[in-house]
Design a protein around this ligand. Structure first.
Ligand code: TYD
Length: 202
């Protein structure tokens, strides 16, 4: 059985990646492709702890924050990502270790060191799509969504730093998509990315 493909969706808060992940997931399912949809932080024990922290606005050190994301990712890779890839499935993940590089890098940790450690421990994605919006646009979209705010993550200065680190990441499997357009236009750009790589047919 050929190994499956890991596609990760990345970008600032409010960049629209989750909507695009859902659209690609539906598109693949309609074509009978074995496909798994997942996210980080996960719904596991560590992921729940991370979301609670974000909701409460509780400050933890960047080191501690990184440690929680890494624990969550270990479980995610072991329990969800690897088994699905081993059976030949597509795995679509809403965030992956690129988010740790960008966000915990933006909180002052050494982004290059986080990337090195991540690459040493976790599988590379076959494709990482970074959805590009300005910090202001992203924050405006998050606010328009309403619901519970995440004060730890969503200040504009912070998002600027996150964007800068995402912008510096350079790997052959990274593509950047302009996320300012309409939902269906961006979906077409996503399909073009997966087709260009021969990951799916027409
Ligand atoms: P997000 O995708 O925005 O989840 P939701 O749509 O459920 O709010 O992710 C939550 C936050 O977690 C987001 O601000 C980015 C942050 N994050 C990190 O700081 N490091 C990481 O490694 C990951 C995966 C996420």
């Amino acid at each position: 059985m050929a190994r499956g493909s890991l596609i990760v969706f990345e970008g600032l808060d409010g960049c629209g990646k989750s909507t695009q992940l859902d659209l690609l997931y539906e598109w693949l399912c309609e074509r009978g492709v074995d496909c798994v949809k997942t996210r980080e932080p996960t719904d596991g024990e560590w992921g729940r702890r991370i979301r609670e922290m974000a909701r409460s606005g509780e400050r933890v050190t960047p080191e501690e924050e990184l440690a929680w994301f890494v624990e969550d990712r270990r479980e995610h890779v072991r329990e969800v990502i690897e088994p699905a890839l081993a059976r030949g499935a597509f795995v679509l993940s809403d965030r992956y270790w690129l988010s740790s590089v960008a966000y915990q890098g933006a909180r002052g940790l050494d982004a290059a060191a986080i990337q090195r450690a991540s690459e040493a421990e976790f599988p590379d994605p076959d494709l990482a799509i970074i959805f590009e919006v300005s910090p202001e646009e992203g924050i405006a979209r998050v606010n328009a969504r309403g619901g519970v705010g995440e004060p730890v993550f969503e200040e504009v200065e912070f998002q600027r730093r996150v964007k800068k680190v995402f912008g510096q990441m350079d790997r052959p499997w990274i593509v950047r998509v302009d996320a300012r357009g309409g939902v269906s236009e961006i979906h077409q750009a996503v399909l073009a990315c997966v087709r260009e790589r021969g990951m799916v047919g027409d």
